[in-house]
Design a protein around this ligand. Sequence first.
Ligand SMILES: Cc1ncc(COP(=O)(O)O)c(C=O)c1O
Length: 345
Amino acid sequence: MKPARSFASDNNAGIHPEILQAIAAVNHGHAVGYGDDPYTASALRKFKQQFGQGAEVFFVFNGTAANCLGLKALTDSFHAVICTEAAHIYTDECGAPEKFTGCKLIPIPTTDGKLTLESVRHAYHGIGDQHHVQPKVISITQCTETGTVYEPKEVRDLARFAHEHKMFLHMDGARIANAAVGLGLSLRETTRELGVDVLSFGGTKNGAMGAEAVVFFNQKLAENFLYVRKQGMQLASKMRFISAQFEALFTNDLWRKNAEHSNRMAALLQKEVSKIPQVKIVYPVEANGVFVQIPRLAIAKLQKRYFFYVWSEEQSVVRWMCSFDTTEEDVKQFAKFVAETVRLC
Ligand SMILES: Cc1ncc(COP(=O)(O)O)c(C=O)c1O
């Protein structure tokens, strides 16, 4: 029998019961569509409590849209976006950022998922040259696609460089809650206070059914975003059901509890599989993902019982993610199965 929960992705998990309840709770009577309802007003207030006054917030359906439309608000089509070669916007969005913005993405090699100031400096050239795209945005993912977390100073330095060079700092925060918890900081301290201009705020991987937001920390940048969102086909008519999810996430710190739990499960998974000689942890475990190198032959055998993704075929590295509903028992049983399987390979 396959176990009920696997380690493939935090969005393979279901909806947190409190969020599902919150959706049901707003499911009565009629409410004005397109965000002009009291539930949306309340959720927006909650966002402002987290991020401070002056933050402009727009709800969208998914993370790809948050990234694409957030970048669209910052750029013209002759601009370029500097990101890592592992960035979700570069590898996993089917060219949507290029399609929506018309911009070129400049992918920078990375060893741990992070952009360094040095590499950004190197990529920043051709300014004022009519033959060359003009770098306008530095986009980073927090936490990164490899489960690492930028230190505040690293983000601050990138923001300073961006602003000194008339660029913006965009943060793909599909897992921003995990990063904030990993750093022991508030959401605001993890983003706005470090100089981030636009944040793709992720709710889905943190227990929501499907709720993401584009958060601007510079009101001027948000000026036309209502229209950008509608043209981008991300204006929800029944907005109240997205809003209810954020309301629940920001009530009693549910966002934090969920992220703390999934990070703690990843730390436990790391501890358990570190005891297995054939398993090598390849990136520091700083949020809710564990990346390991395992014997090639073990991958298919493990996947027969537990579904998960291969991160690097070539290096035999796989990705194991924990979510709000992963239990200690899940982790221990999985680690036991890994130990038994790799021993036979
Ligand atoms: C780093 C990152 N950004 C953004 C997303 C958002 O993707 P989606 O459009 O599937 O919500 C994901 C989802 O896997 C992600 O891992």
